[in-house]
Design a protein around this ligand. Structure first.
Ligand code: ATP
Ligand code: MG
Length: 320
């Protein structure tokens, strides 16, 4: 079975990216044929400075490898190095109903937040469908926000197959129930583009400061508080052991505590969890040739699959 997913180099990766998506890539890489890519074409809809984009792509590769993506098991590549995907995207566009895209919440949400929306952002689910279908993917490990886009992909594949014959493999979303929508420091979905992120890498002191600024309610300290539904507690659960979680749950229910104490516990747990990856990243940074080679080999392997699927689709619709 093939697992495939992409992640945008639109900023530094955060806890939501890791627990919602990247951790799944790593968990799936032994038992599945994993294809994971850095979605630079998607990132172009938001990152318009060439040097910034290049550095985000470089960071993305280092981060993924440092977090445990194993290039001997999984295929890691940069999206734009497989041009067949863009060609396949056009074939899918020709049959994509406008209404299907108008309903997509990534576009609707960004537009409603006043973030400039262009045609690239609007059609992003079609490029994402091409990304998935080009590799005959079975599983797509993602956060909850992408489930709707995978439905769009399935709709497009279904109608293409119905019209032209069985060309595409039908993919399915794979989400982690406890981490499908990791909240940011403001309690909303953590997103690179919403300035509410807690970073995986970077200065641990900065991270600690940001953790201390996580929004909380203003109830008196002595009040008992319901832990479930509290975003600080939800973040703590990502890093803590079962025992630590039970302890903190009891503290919430008892009352008489300050959120500062919970934040300190969260910072300690996150620090301990992230330290090995930080060390590994420092090692990888010293070896850019290795990282470049991983991406080169990944892209050439990915192209073989994408060429096959594109050729199948082109024949089916009469281009060949
Ligand atoms: P952007 O704001 O640029 O869209 P993002 O933070 O949403 O960035 P993406 O690159 O769009 O990150 O998504 C990469 C993967 O991370 C996707 O599978 C997405 O579902 C997942 N993901 C992103 N944010 C979260 C989150 N808060 N909780 C769980 N999964 C998430
Ligand atoms: Mg996103």
């Amino acid at each position: 079975m093939r697992a495939l997913s992409g992640i945008q180099p639109t900023g530094r990766f955060h806890w939501g990216n890791y627990f919602g998506a990247i951790k799944q890539y790593i968990d799936l890489q032994d038992a599945h044929d994993g294809y994971y890519f850095i979605a630079d074409l998607h990132a172009l809809t938001t990152v318009r400075e060439p040097d910034v984009l290049r550095s985000y792509v470089r960071d993305a590769a280092l981060d993924l490898l440092a977090l445990g993506l194993n290039p001997d098991r999984a295929t890691l590549f940069v999206q734009s190095e497989v041009p067949e995907v863009s060609q396949l995207c056009w074939l899918l566009m020709t049959g994509a109903p406008l209404g299907l895209l108008e309903r997509c919440h990534a576009y609707k949400d960004k537009a409603s937040k006043g973030i400039k929306a262009d045609v690239g952002l609007f059609t992003y689910p079609i490029l994402m469908a091409a990304d998935i279908l080009a590799y005959d993917s079975n599983w797509v490990p993602v956060g909850e926000d992408q489930v709707q886009h995978i439905e769009v992909c399935r709709d497009l594949a279904r109608s293409f197959n119905a019209h032209y014959g069985e060309v595409f493999t039908m993919p399915e979303a794979k989400i982690v129930p406890g981490a499908a929508k990791v909240p940011g420091t403001d309690g909303e979905k953590m997103s690179k583009s919403y300035d509410n992120t807690l970073a995986l890498f970077g200065d641990p002191k900065e991270l600690r400061k940001k953790i201390m600024r996580i929004s909380t309610d203003s109830r008196p300290m002595e009040d008992a508080k319901e832990p479930d539904g509290d975003h600080l507690f939800q973040l703590y659960q990502l890093f803590a052991t079962r025992e630590q979680i039970d302890d903190v749950r009891a503290i919430y229910l008892r009352g008489g505590f300050g959120y500062g104490d919970i934040k300190k516990r969260l910072a300690d747990a996150a620090d301990a969890y992230l330290e090995p990856a930080r060390k590994k990243r420092q090692e990888l940074e010293k070896n850019p040739a290795f990282v470049a080679e991983v991406l080169r080999q990944g892209a050439s392997k990915a192209r073989v699959s994408a060429e096959k699927v594109l050729s199948r689709a082109e024949k089916a619709c009469g281009l060949k």
